[in-house]
Design a protein around this ligand. Structure first.
Ligand SMILES: [Zn+2]
Ligand SMILES: [Zn+2]
Length: 889
C-alpha cells in the first residue's frame, strides 16, 4: 500500500465513517465488562441547522468518546433530537401560511400529522450534519423526544409528580404570546428596551370631592382596574384610603387601598391596580381579594369587558383611551419613560400577562436536592465558576409553568368529565373510560407540555426508564455532559432535578460548559452582523479533521473561542505535515509489509532514537492528562508540538543518515519511525479521526503488536513504558542540542542563508561548565546544516564574520554567508522597527484615551489590547535582532 502525494479529506471522510458504522464500532453493549463511559448528546432541535456551536460541541464530545473507547472503556454516546414544541410548530405554521392556511383551518389531528410529515422529511438533516463531523455516536440507539418510549416516560413522570403533590393546576397571571397563542415560561421571554411613556390620569372621587392622579405605562389596561393603591406610610394619601373613585371611561366604582408593595417614588405614588394584566397587581389583588377583570382575549384584542373598546387591538385601544381621556380632561400629562418590555423569544411579539389556568411543577422540593448534589461535588462544573450561576438561579427559583397551548408535543395526561359541573381532572397514564362520579364521557386536556419537560428526562428516558433496562443499569448516571451556558437553566438544572427525583442519583458526574464561538475580530456571530461561519462550508474548504482540530485547539476553558481562517489554514498545514511524515516513513520501509521486529535492546539505541521515544512517552502522558481534565486545547497543542517539532523537525532529520546506512542502525531507525507514527496516530485519532485512520491503515502491516486492531477507531490508546529511556546527563545533552540548533537556525534566517547552504558555528562557554558537546555534536551539525561546530577558546579571535546569540551558559555564533549585506539587513530591520513602534504608539494612545475607555465595546477593547501585546512582542524581537547584529558589527 502507498500513500497518495496529498491527502484527500473528502474521500477519506466518507469511506471511513461508513466503514466504522458498518462494522458496529460505535455500538454500545451494556453486558460488556469494564469501566463505563457514557454520554448523551444535547439533543438538537429537529428544526436545527448545523452551526458552529454544534460543531464545537460535537467535536469535544467525539474527542472524549473516541479517547475513552480506545482506552478500553465500555462506551456509549447516545444521539437524538428534540421535538422542540414551539419552534417546530412555528416552522410548520409558516409553511401553512404560504399556502394561505392556518392550523385552526386544518384542525388538531391533521396539523399534528403535517408536523410529523415535516419531521420525516427534514428531521434527520441535523443528525446527518453531525455525522459529517465524524460523530462516533451509537447510531442504532438514536432517540427522539416524541418516540413512544420517551413519551411513556414523560407520562409516567407527570403522573408520579402529580400523585406526590408536585404538579398542580392554578389560575395565575402567566406570560402569554398572542401570536403563538400559548403560555411561556419566564425563560422564554426576552426583554427589549422600548421608549415607552408614563401617562398621568385623574381618577375622580365617587363623592365628587376631588381626584387622585395615578401614573401608568399601559393606559389601555385601566379598563380592567379594580382598585387604586397607595403606600400605607405615604402621608399624601393617608386620608384617602378607603374612599371610592370612579373609573374613567367606564364609570365603575373602585376602592383606594393601601399596600406596602406600592413604590412611593414611582409617578405620583398612586397606582392603578389591574390584577388580570400585571404580575405585581395580581399579587396585590390576591392580598386584598380584588376582582380580576381580564379585558383582552387570547389574541390580545379587547373583549366584552372593555365595553366600547371591544374588538380593538392593544395598540389601537391605547390610542383611543388616551384620546378619550384627553377629551374628558382627565389626562394630566405624558412623560417619556423608556423601560424594558417582554417579548416572545420565538416570534418577538410583545408578551401579554394573562390570567389563565395552567399546570405547574412545585419546584422547591426538586431544587433542594439538586443544589445539594452540586454543593457536595456529586456533579462538578468545568469551569467551576458556572456553579455560581447554577446556585443563583436554583436558590431563587419559581414554580415552573409546564403547560403550553400548542398542538405539537406531549399532551398532558389529565382527563376532564364532559358532564359534571366544575370537575377535578383525573391524571392517569391510561385514559379513564368514564367519569367515576357521573359515568359521563371524558376528554383529554388540550394542552401539551413545555418542550423542556421531556428534555429534563433525557439522560434516563433515552435508556429505557421506567423499565429497569440493562442500558439504564449500565449507563446511568452518565459520565459527562457537554453543553453551552445558555441552557444551564432550561436544561442542566432541570435534568439534575428530575434525575435525582426518579433515579435517585445525579444524571451526570461532570458538566463541561463550552466556550462561546466568536469571529476573528472577537465579535459574537449573529445573522444580523453577517459574520456567521457555516461549518459545512469550512469543512468543504479545509476538511473535517482540520476543522475539528482547530475547534479543539481553541477550546480554552472559561474563554471565548475566536475562530479565524488563519487558524483553520494552520490546522490544514498540520494535517499535511503528518501526511508527509508518513510518506517519508513509508518510502524508507522496504520489502513485503510485515511487522518490524523491535531492537534487541532499547538501551543500546542511539541517543536520538531513545530521545524521541522519551518525547513520545512524555507526549502520551501529557495528552492523556489533558483529556482527563477536559483541557482539549492543551492536549491538541501538545500533539501539535510533538508532531511538528520533536518528530518532524528533529527526529526525522536525524533519522535520514542511519536510514541510508543499512544494517542494525537502519533497522532500529525504521522500527522507531513506525513506532512513533503508530503511537502518534493513536493519540491523534480522537482529534483528527479521518487522516489518522487513513495513514494508520498503510503503516499497520509494519506494526509489531500481538493484539493489533483491524482499525484505528478501536485500537488501544497508547500508554507509556515503565523504564526511563534517557539518563539525566543525556536529557541535558539533548536540551543543549535543541537550544543551540534553535539559535543557529533563527540566525540562519536572519542572515539570509539559502535553505541548503552549509555554515560554520562557534560556541562560547562562559558558565555552566561542560556542555558535553561530543554527545550531541553530530546531531546539531545535521539539524543546523553545519560543516563545523567548535567550542571557542576564550582568548581566540575567530576569523570570519560571526553573529552571536546569547544563551544561558554563553553564546552561539554563526559565520554570516558571503552574500550577507550588513547595511541592507540593518536598514531593513530599522525600517520595520520604526513601523512597528509607530503602530504600537497609535494603539497605546487609543487605548488610554478617556473616550475609548468609556465608550468602546468590550470586544473592541479586547481587540486593541491584543494588538498592543502582539506589537510589543514584535518590537522586542526586532530590537533583539538589531542588538545581535550591532554587537557583531
Ligand atoms: Zn410567539
Ligand atoms: Zn362526571
Amino acid at each position: 500500500m502507498e500513500l497518495d502525494k496529498t491527502f484527500d479529506p473528502k474521500s477519506a471522510q466518507e469511506r471511513w465513517f461508513d466503514k466504522w458504522v458498518e462494522l458496529g464500532y460505535f455500538k454500545a453493549d451494556p453486558t460488556r465488562a469494564g469501566k463505563v463511559f457514557s454520554i448523551v448528546i444535547p439533543p438538537p432541535n429537529v428544526t436545527g441547522q448545523l452551526h458552529l456551536g454544534h460543531a464545537l460541541n460535537v467535536t469535544l464530545h467525539d474527542v472524549i468518546v473516541r479517547a475513552r473507547r480506545m482506552q478500553g472503556y465500555n462506551t456509549l454516546w447516545l444521539p437524538g433530537t428534540d421535538h422542540a414544541g414551539i419552534a417546530t410548530q412555528n416552522v410548520v405554521e409558516r409553511e401553512l401560511a404560504k399556502e394561505g392556511l392556518n392550523r385552526h383551518q386544518l384542525g388538531r389531528e391533521a396539523f399534528v400529522e403535517r408536523v410529523w410529515q415535516w419531521r420525516e422529511t427534514y428531521g434527520g438533516r441535523i443528525l446527518n450534519q453531525l455525522r459529517r463531523l465524524g460523530a462516533s455516536c451509537d447510531w442504532s440507539r438514536e432517540r427522539f423526544t416524541l418516540d413512544p418510549g420517551l413519551s411513556r416516560a414523560v407520562t409516567e413522570v407527570f403522573v408520579r409528580l402529580h400523585r406526590d403533590g408536585l404538579i398542580y393546576r392554578d389560575r395565575r397571571l402567566i406570560n402569554w404570546c398572542p401570536r403563538c397563542e400559548t403560555a411561556l415560561s419566564d425563560l422564554e421571554v426576552d426583554h427589549k428596551q422600548s421608549d415607552g411613556r408614563l401617562y398621568y390620569v385623574r381618577y375622580p372621587f365617587a363623592d365628587g370631592s376631588g381626584a387622585i392622579i395615578v401614573a401608568t405605562t399601559r393606559p389601555e389596561t385601566m379598563l380592567g382596574d379594580t382598585a387604586v393603591a397607595v403606600n400605607a406610610a405615604d402621608p399624601r394619601y393617608a386620608s384617602m384610603v378607603g374612599k371610592m373613585v370612579r373609573l374613567p371611561l367606564l364609570g365603575r366604582e373602585i376602592p383606594i387601598i393601601a399596600d406596602q408593595a406600592v413604590d412611593r417614588e414611582f409617578g405620583t405614588g398612586a397606582l392603578k391596580i389591574t390584577p388580570a394584566h400585571d404580575p405585581a397587581d395580581f399579587e396585590i389583588g390576591r392580598r386584598h381579594g380584588l376582582e380580576q377583570i381580564a379585558v383582552m382575549d387570547e389574541h390580545a384584542r379587547m373583549n366584552e369587558q372593555a365595553g366600547p373598546y371591544r374588538g380593538l387591538t392593544r395598540e389601537e385601544c391605547r390610542k383611543r383611551v388616551v384620546a378619550d381621556l384627553e377629551g374628558e380632561g382627565l389626562l394630566e400629562k405624558i412623560e417619556p419613560h423608556p423601560h424594558a418590555i417582554g417579548v416572545c423569544s420565538r416570534c418577538e411579539t410583545v408578551v401579554e400577562p394573562m390570567l389563565s389556568p395552567q399546570w405547574y411543577v412545585r419546584i422547591k422540593p426538586l431544587a433542594d436536592p439538586a443544589i445539594a448534589a452540586v454543593r457536595d461535588g456529586r456533579t462538578r462544573f468545568h469551569p467551576q465558576r458556572w456553579e455560581r450561576t447554577y446556585f443563583d438561579w436554583m436558590e431563587n427559583i419559581h414554580d415552573w409553568c409546564i403547560s403550553r397551548q400548542l398542538w405539537w408535543g406531549h399532551r398532558i395526561p389529565a382527563y376532564w368529565c364532559t358532564s359534571c359541573e366544575n370537575p377535578e381532572p383525573i391524571v392517569a397514564a391510561a385514559p379513564p373510560e368514564k367519569c367515576p362520579t357521573c359515568g359521563g364521557a371524558m376528554r383529554q386536556d388540550e394542552d401539551v407540555l413545555d418542550t423542556w419537560f421531556s428534555s429534563a428526562l433525557w439522560p434516563f428516558s433515552t435508556l429505557g426508564w421506567p423499565d429497569e433496562s440493562a442500558d439504564l443499569k449500565t449507563y446511568y448516571p452518565t459520565s459527562l455532559l457537554i453543553t453551552g451556558f445558555d441552557i444551564i437553566f432550561f436544561w442542566v438544572a432541570r435534568m439534575m432535578m428530575m434525575g435525582l427525583r426518579f433515579m435517585d442519583d445525579v444524571p451526570f458526574r461532570d458538566v463541561y460548559i463550552t466556550p462561546l464561538v466568536r469571529d476573528q475580530f472577537g465579535k459574537k456571530m449573529t445573522k444580523s452582523r453577517g459574520n456567521v461561519v457555516d461549518p459545512l462550508e469550512i469543512i468543504e474548504r479545509y476538511g473535517t479533521d482540520a476543522v475539528r482540530f482547530t475547534l479543539a485547539q481553541l477550546a480554552v476553558q472559561g474563554r471565548d473561542l475566536v475562530l479565524s481562517d488563519d487558524r483553520l489554514a494552520a490546522s490544514r498545514a498540520f494535517a499535511n505535515k503528518i501526511w508527509n511524515a508518513a510518506r517519508f516513513t513509508m518510502m524508507n520501509l522496504e520489502g513485503a509489509p510485515q511487522p518490524l521486529p523491535p531492537p534487541a535492546e532499547i538501551g543500546r539505541l542511539r541517543l536520538a532514537e531513545r530521545w524521541i521515544l522519551d518525547r513520545l512517552d512524555s507526549a502520551i502522558s501529557d495528552v492523556t492528562r489533558a483529556i482527563d481534565g477536559y483541557e482539549f486545547n492543551v492536549a491538541s497543542l501538545r500533539l501539535y508540538q510533538f508532531t511538528w517539532h520533536e518528530f518532524c523537525d528533529w527526529y526525522i532529520e536525524l533519522a535520514k543518515e542511519p536510514l541510508k546506512s543499512g544494517g542494525e542502525a537502519q533497522a532500529a531507525t525504521r522500527w522507531v519511525l513506525v513506532r512513533c507514527l503508530d503511537r502518534l496516530l493513536r493519540m491523534l485519532h480522537p482529534f483528527m479521526p479521518f487522516i489518522s485512520e487513513e495513514i494508520w491503515q498503510v503503516i499497520r502491516p509494519y506494526i509489531d503488536d500481538a493484539e493489533l486492531a483491524p482499525h484505528l477507531a478501536i485500537a488501544r490508546f497508547p500508554e507509556i513504558g515503565d523504564k526511563p529511556l534517557l539518563s539525566a546527563a543525556e536529557q541535558t545533552a539533548m536540551a543543549h542540542c535543541i537550544e543551540v540548533t534553535g539559535a543557529i537556525n533563527s540566525m540562519r534566517s536572519l542572515l539570509g542563508f539559502h535553505p541548503g547552504a552549509r555554515g560554520r558555528a562557534l560556541l562560547k562557554v562562559v558558565s555552566g561548565g561542560d556542555l558535553n558537546l561530543a554527545g550531541w555534536k553530530t546531531y546539531a551539525m545535521t539539524l543546523g546544516k553545519l560543516d563545523e561546530l567548535t567550542i571557542l577558546d576564550e582568548q581566540a579571535q575567530p576569523a570570519g564574520h560571526f553573529i552571536f546569540t546569547q544563551l544561558a551558559w554563553g553564546e552561539a555564533g554563526i559565520d554570516a554567508p558571503a552574500e550577507f549585506d550588513f547595511q541592507k539587513t540593518w536598514a531593513a530591520l530599522q525600517k520595520k522597527l520604526k513601523e512597528v513602534v509607530s503602530h504600537l504608539e497609535r494603539h497605546v494612545a487609543r487605548m488610554s484615551s478617556p473616550d475609548f475607555q468609556s465608550k468602546a465595546s468590550p470586544e473592541a477593547r479586547q481587540e486593541t489590547e491584543d494588538k498592543v501585546v502582539e506589537l510589543g512582542a514584535q518590537k522586542i524581537r526586532l530590537e533583539a535582532q538589531l542588538n545581535q547584529l550591532g554587537q557583531s558589527a
